[in-house]
Design a protein around this ligand. Structure first.
Ligand code: PEP
Ligand code: MG
Length: 584
C-alpha cells in the first residue's frame, strides 16, 4: 500500500482499477511493469500499431514514388521491409517476454540499442542505417500512443484514469461513464480538464508530479477528491474505511440537494442568482435538475473541440437552441468560442506558439476569423427564438476589441435580416472581465456592456502571472490575493455605477470559501459547476449580507492573501460555527 496527496479539484470518492493513459504530447516514453497474463494484450497492441504504421508507410511510399521518383522513395521500401520482417518482430516479442515491461518501453530500449550498435560500426552504410531504425520505431511508437488515445473513447470497463496530462479534448471524448476518477501528474484547479471533471462529476486529483510512472495499469486505487488522498493497492481495512466515508459524502450531498427549490437569499434578504457553467448541450438537463437559475456560462468552444474544427451554423444552431429550449425562460449565456491556450483546434491553430496563454486565443481568434465568428453569432442569434439568450465575449482586453466584436454582431444581425431569419433584437451582450487591462478599464467597458461576467480563472492567471495549468506554480494562484480583491471590487463597483449586473463564472464563484467575501463585495450572480450549487446556496442562506459586507471591508484592508485567509477562517467559525467548508 502506498499513499500520495494531490490537489483535489473535483469532489467525490472512488475505488477502482488503474488505467495508465499514455498521452502522446510528451517526449517522455512511459514505463511500467506488466504481468505475464498481460503479455498477449500487450503484443496485440504492438501488432495493431505495427499494422497502422505499415498502412501509413505504404501510402507514403506510393505518394513518394509519384512525386519524388523511385530512387528517393526507396527509403520507404526499406522501412516497410523492416516492419514486415518476422525476425525483427520475433526480437521485439522476445524482449517483451523477458523484460515484462510495457511495449513502448521495450521499443524505446531496442531503438537505442540498435542505433548505438549501428553507429559503432566501421561501415558508413551501416552507420547511416541507425537513423532509419530510429525513424521506423518512432513511427510504431506514435501509433501505439494514438492507439491508446482511441482506447480512451472506447473504454469498456470501469477505470480510474492515471495520466501525466489529459487534454481537454481527450476529457471531452473519453467514455465518461467508465471513468470513475482521474489522477494526473500535472494541472491546476482551474485547468480546463479539472473544470470538465467537475462538470462530469468525476472525482479528480491533479499535481501528483510523477505518479503516472509509479502506478501500473491494473493496480487498485482509492481516490478521495475531497481530501486529496490517493491510495495505491489499499489494505482491506482501508477499503472498508473508505467505503464508510464515501457513503457519508454522498448522503450529505443528497441532504444539501434538498435546498434545490429554496432561493439563494441571505438571512437578511439579499437575493443573488445561482447559475450553472456547462460545456456541452447534454449537460443542460442535469444542471436544471440541480436547481440552477439559468446558464451563466456555456463554453461554446467545446462544440468545436469535440468536432476538431469550427462547427457549421446548423450544428451550432441545433446545440444552442437545444440548451435554450431546455432552460425555458431562464437566461442562457452563450459565450463565443474561447479556443487557444490549452484548447487548441487543430484545423485552425498550430501548437507551436511560444506563449499560447498570452497568444492567439478567444476573441483574438474570433476577430481575425470574421466568417467563423459571424457564423457563430448568427447561430446564437437564431437560437434566441427558443428562450432567454445572452451573448458574452471572452478575453476582452479593452474597448477596441469590444467595439469590434459588437460590430461583427451587428453584421450578423443585418445578414439575418436580409435572409428573413428571425431572432430577438434585444439580446443582452456581456463582457468577460478576465484580463487585468479589462479590470482596470471596467468603467469604460461598462458603457458598452449589458452585463459583466468575471472570469477569475484567467483573471488570477494574468494578474498574478501564474499559469493555471502548471502544478509547480499553482500555490501562487490565490484568489485571496489583495490584488484580486481590489480588482474584484473595482469591477463590481464599475458595473453597479452603470447599473449593470456583475456576475462571476470563474471557479471562484463555485468555491464555498469565497462565497461570503463575494457577497460582501456585492456580486449579483454566481455561475458554477452544478455540483457546487447546493453547498454555495447553503452558505448564502446561513449568512447575512451585512456581516459579509463587514468581512469584505476588513479583507480589503489586509496586506497578504494569508491574512485574508485567516480573516475569512475566523469569520467562518464565528458566523457559521465551522472550521472548514468541506464540513458542510
Ligand atoms: C475564467 O477564465 O474564469 C473563465 C470562466 O473562462 P475559462 O475558464 O473558460 O477560461
Ligand atoms: Mg477565461
Amino acid at each position: 500500500m502506498k499513499k500520495y496527496t494531490g490537489n483535489p479539484v473535483s469532489p467525490g470518492i472512488a475505488l477502482g482499477k488503474a488505467f495508465v493513459y499514455l498521452d502522446n504530447n510528451t517526449s517522455e516514453v512511459p514505463r511500467y511493469s506488466i504481468q505475464k497474463n498481460q503479455l498477449d494484450s500487450e503484443w496485440s497492441r504492438y501488432l495493431s500499431a505495427n499494422d497502422k504504421a505499415i498502412e501509413e508507410l505504404t501510402a507514403l511510399n506510393v505518394q513518394a514514388k509519384r512525386n519524388m521518383g523511385k530512387e528517393n522513395a526507396d527509403i520507404f521500401d526499406a522501412h516497410l521491409m523492416m516492419l514486415e520482417d518476422t525476425e525483427f518482430q520475433g526480437q521485439i516479442k522476445e524482449r517483451l517476454e523477458t523484460s515484462l515491461q510495457n511495449i513502448e518501453w521495450v521499443i524505446k530500449e531496442l531503438s537505442h540499442e540498435m542505433s548505438a550498435m549501428l553507429m559503432a560500426s566501421q561501415d558508413a552504410y551501416l552507420q547511416e542505417r541507425a537513423v532509419d531504425v530510429v525513424d521506423v520505431l518512432h513511427r510504431v511508437m506514435n501509433k501505439l500512443l494514438s492507439v491508446q488515445k482511441g482506447a480512451l473513447a472506447n473504454l469498456s470497463e470501469d477505470v480510474i484514469l492515471v495520466c501525466r496530462e489529459l487534454l481537454p479534448s481527450d476529457a471531452l471524448t473519453m467514455n465518461k461513464a467508465r471513468v470513475k476518477a482521474i489522477v494526473m501528474d500535472m494541472g491546476g484547479a482551474t485547468s480546463h480538464t479539472a473544470i470538465l471533471a467537475r462538470a462530469f462529476e468525476i472525482p479528480a486529483l491533479v499535481g501528483l508530479s510523477s505518479v503516472s510512472k509509479e502506478i501500473n495499469t491494473g493496480d487498485t486505487l482509492i481516490v478521495n477528491g475531497v481530501s486529496g488522498e490517493l491510495i495505491v493497492n489499499p489494505e482491506k481495512s482501508v477499503q472498508i474505511k473508505m467505503e464508510h466515508e464515501r457513503k457519508h459524502y454522498y448522503r450529505r450531498l443528497g441532504e444539501l440537494r434538498k435546498l434545490h427549490n429554496l432561493p439563494a437569499e441571505t438571512r437578511d434578504g439579499y437575493r443573488v442568482s445561482l447559475k450553472a457553467n456547462i460545456q456541452t448541450p447534454e449537460e443542460a438537463e442535469a444542471v436544471l435538475r440541480a436547481g440552477c437559475e439559468g446558464i451563466g456560462l456555456y463554453r461554446s468552444e467545446f462544440l468545436f473541440l469535440a468536432a476538431g474544427r469550427p462547427s457549421d451554423e446548423e450544428e451550432q444552431f441545433k446545440a444552442y437552441s437545444h440548451v435554450l429550449k431546455i432552460m425555458g425562460d431562464l437566461p442562457v449565456t452563450l459565450r463565443t468560442a474561447d479556443v487557444g491556450g490549452d484548447k487548441l483546434l487543430p484545423e485552425l491553430q498550430l501548437s507551436d506558439e511560444r506563449n499560447p496563454i498570452l497568444g492567439w486565443r478567444a476573441i483574438r481568434v474570433s476577430l481575425s476569423q470574421a466568417e467563423i465568428f459571424k457564423t457563430q453569432l448568427r447561430a446564437m442569434l437564431r437560437a434566441s427564438m427558443f428562450g432567454n439568450l445572452r451573448i458574452m465575449f471572452p478575453m476582452i482586453s479593452g474597448i477596441e476589441e469590444l467595439e469590434q466584436a459588437l460590430a461583427v454582431l451587428e453584421e450578423a444581425k443585418s445578414e439575418l435580416h436580409k435572409q428573413g431569419k428571425a431572432f430577438a433584437e434585444a439580446v443582452p451582450v456581456g463582457t468577460m472581465i478576465e484580463i487585468p487591462s479589462a479590470a482596470l478599464t471596467a468603467d469604460i467597458l461598462a458603457e458598452k456592456s449589458n452585463f459583466f461576467s468575471i472570469g477569475t480563472n484567467d483573471l488570477v492567471q494574468y494578474t498574478i502571472a501564474v499559469d493555471r495549468g502548471n502544478e509547480k506554480v499553482s500555490y501562487l494562484a490565490q484568489p485571496f490575493h489583495p490584488a484580486i480583491l481590489r480588482s474584484l471590487k473595482q469591477i463590481i463597483d464599475a458595473a453597479h455605477a452603470k447599473s449593470i449586473t456583475a456576475a462571476m463564472c470563474g471557479e471562484m464563484a463555485g468555491n464555498a470559501s469565497f462565497t461570503a467575501l463575494l457577497l460582501g463585495l456585492g456580486l449579483d450572480e454566481f455561475s458554477m459547476n452544478a455540483l457546487a450549487i447546493p453547498r454555495i446556496k447553503w452558505v448564502i442562506r446561513n449568512v447575512t449580507q451585512e456581516s459579509c459586507g463587514r468581512l469584505a471591508k476588513n479583507a480589503l484592508r489586509c496586506t497578504s492573501y494569508r491574512d485574508v485567509g485567516r480573516l475569512v477562517e475566523d469569520w467562518t467559525l464565528s458566523e457559521l460555527g465551522i472550521t472548514n467548508y468541506d464540513a458542510i
